[in-house]
Every structure is written in structure tokens, then in C-alpha cells.
Write a protein that binds this ligand. Structure first.
Ligand code: IPM
Ligand code: MN
Length: 345
């Protein structure tokens, strides 16, 4: 029989509430003979205030032994901006080499979109997760003077670009439409842009069935609003991916339903699954948070660990729940219970 040894990081604000629902659904969907073990970690604002720590090397050693990580949300207005972002989230993504930041966008039935009509939206963004301008490669000189110079270097390696482009081609190949769009800005960012474009064309030779397309990132933002149906799989760098996936979430039902995976495809280190939304301290502890994005992140977690049938059951349950939800107002707990009941039956 199998087992899943899961690290659970509820984090701050609504993180606690939504993660509890994700675990509820996970426990309900797993077959009887799969043993689910969970260990909770207290990372986030409280730990930072109590100890000054965000994520230590010892913490990373503990996390390493798990099969996967489920994260709620990290962040609180009481912590200066950037401390937890760099000290926790990015540190973890880099330490565990989460180079595939997977962000699906699917407009599900019953979900409102700000776009006119009810466009067909079903694409997935493969955002590079360990390079680009996120590496902290930069500096400031003449700080505080009118002549201050700040640099923030975008790091793009042949190794890093090729592995994420390959992952995206494999994902496109596995989908019915088999279409992959590279999003970059190779008319201006010519050094990195050419590395991405050349790598994209090289790997494309191995995937003759995949239709390829290229868009500059600014044009991509237009099409995400005017014609989102044109997208199937998108591959892009870390910062472009950060920006376009917020837009993608906004047009496909909002961050209440946007899921993500920080994936290490080799499984050398555990992958981490989290809702795209933040800790929403304004509504924390009130039972108002929608746990759907966390539950959909649990589906990505299941798929990553090889539980495809269970992942599909969770996604179907969410679709059915959203379809029937209508204008009903339910608590976080009630939505979690309803989803757990659906996947169990
Ligand atoms: C995200 C977030 C993070 C990012 C921040 C919090 C560091 O915006 O997961 O998209 O920029 O990657
Ligand atoms: Mn973001």
C-alpha cells in the first residue's frame, strides 16, 4: 500500500482556514489503503515576530523529507514588505529547485468573468520559477543620492531555460489542442529573448505535433483579455509569468479559484502547492474565505504524486459545486464539507 507524507504550512490570515478544507478534501478522496501522514509547520508572520526567523536551513532539512508541501498563504501587514516574500517563499522555491511554476486558468461553469460573453478559457501557464529577475542579482550604488543607480539583473541559463521549455512542450503534447505559446519580449530583451526563442525552436523539433506561437508579453496581455481562447499552454520567464498569471486569474474567475504548483519535476525535492491568493488578513478568521483555490491546488498535488484519478475527482467536484453554488453564501467550512462529500461519493 502507498502513503503520502505531507508537510502542511497553513501560514497567515485565511491560510489556516483554507488549508483545513484542502486537507479535508484530500483525506476524503484518497483510497482507504493510502496512508496520509501530515506534519504542520508554523512558518509565517507569527514565527517571524517570535524568533526573527523566516525559514532556516534546519527547516529546509525537515521539509525535505516530505513527499509534497501544501501551503495556505504567507504574509501580514505587520511584517515589512519583502521579508517573507524573499525570506520564505522565494527561498523555498530556490532551495527546492521549483523551476516549473504551474498555473492553470480554466473558466469553470457558474463562475463570473469580467470579460464579455462567456469565453472559452482553458490554458495553463508554465512560469519559470528559479531564474529571471527573481535571483536577487543586482545592487545599488550612490544610494540615496540623485545619482543612485540600481540594477536588477535577469539571469537566464541555457540549462534553466531548456528544462522549463521542455516541460512546457511535454504538457502541450499531452493536451488535446497541443499548442504552445512562448511569451517574452525578444524585440527589446535581446540577450535573454534570443536564448528563450532559440531554445524554444530547438526543442520544437522534437515535438512536431505541437503547434507553436510567439507573443511579446505586452501583446499577450491584450489577447488574454480579447481572445483568451487562443491559449492552450504558455511558457514564459519568471517575472512575465508572475504578471500574466494574475491577469489570467482575473479573467478566469478571480483568485478565489486560482491554483498553483511550485514543481520540481524530478522529485529530487518536494514540490509545493498553494492557492495564488494571499493571506487576506481583512477577512481572516471569519469563515468567509473561499477554499476552492486551495482545493484545486490539492488536485495539482495529487496529479504530481501520480494520483490522476483522484485529482480528476477533486476537479469534477469543484466544477459541480461551482455550477450548483449560484448565489448561495456559504462559510469556508461549508464549502469544504460539500467538496469532501462530493469526492467521497
Ligand atoms: C506569486 C507572488 C510571489 C511572486 C511573491 C509573493 C514573491 O506574487 O506567487 O505570484 O512574485 O512570485
Ligand atoms: Mn504573483
Amino acid at each position: 500500500s502507498h502513503s503520502i507524507n505531507l508537510a502542511v504550512i497553513p501560514g497567515d490570515g485565511i491560510g489556516q482556514e483554507v488549508v483545513a478544507q484542502g486537507l479535508k478534501v484530500l483525506a476524503a478522496v484518497l483510497p482507504q489503503d493510502v496512508k496520509l501522514e501530515t506534519e504542520e509547520y508554523d512558518f509565517g508572520a507569527r514565527r517571524y515576530h517570535a524568533t526573527g526567523e523566516t525559514l532556516t536551513d534546519a527547516d529546509l532539512d525537515s521539509l525535505k523529507k516530505h513527499d509534497a508541501i501544501l501551503l495556505g498563504a504567507i504574509g501580514d501587514p505587520s511584517v515589512p514588505s519583502g521579508v517573507l516574500e524573499r525570506g520564505f517563499l522565494l527561498k523555498l522555491r530556490f532551495a527546492f529547485d521549483h523551476h516549473v511554476n504551474l498555473r492553470p486558468s480554466k473558466l469553470l461553469p457558474g463562475v463570473a468573468t469580467p470579460l464579455a460573453g462567456q469565453p472559452e478559457i482553458d490554458f495553463v501557464v508554465v512560469r519559470e520559477g528559479t531564474e529571471g529577475p527573481y535571483t536577487g542579482n543586482g545592487g545599488t550604488i550612490r544610494k540615496g543620492t540623485p545619482h543612485e543607480v540600481a540594477t536588477e539583473v535577469s539571469v537566464n541559463t541555457a540549462f534553466g531555460v531548456e528544462r522549463v521549455v521542455r516541460d512546457a512542450f511535454a504538457r502541450a503534447q499531452a493536451r488535446p489542442r497541443k499548442k504552445l505559446t512562448l511569451v517574452h519580449k525578444n524585440n527589446v530583451l535581446t540577450f535573454a529573448g534570443h536564448l528563450w526563442t532559440d531554445t524554444f525552436h530547438k526543442v520544437a523539433q522534437e515535438y512536431p505535433e505541437v503547434t507553436t506561437d510567439y507573443l511579446h508579453v505586452d501583446a499577450a496581455t491584450i489577447f488574454l483579455v480579447t481572445d483568451p481562447a487562443r491559449f492552450d499552454v504558455i511558457v514564459t520567464d519568471n517575472l512575465f509569468g508572475d504578471i500574466i498569471t494574475d491577469l489570467a486569474a482575473a479573467v478566469s474567475g478571480g483568485i478565489g479559484v486560482a491554483a498553483s504548483g511550485n514543481i520540481n519535476p524530478s522529485r529530487e525535492f518536494p514540490s509545493m502547492f498553494e492557492p495564488v491568493h494571499g493571506s487576506a488578513p481583512d477577512i481572516a478568521g471569519q469563515g468567509k474565505a473561499d477554499p476552492t483555490a486551495t482545493v484545486l491546488s490539492v488536485a495539482l498535488l495529487l496529479r504530481h504524486l501520480g494520483y490522476e484519478a483522484e485529482a480528476a475527482r477533486v476537479e469534477k467536484a469543484v466544477e459541480a459545486d461551482l455550477t450548483e453554488r449560484g448565489a448561495t453564501v456559504r462559510t469556508t467550512d461549508e464549502i469544504g464539507d460539500a467538496l469532501a462529500a462530493r469526492v467521497a461519493s
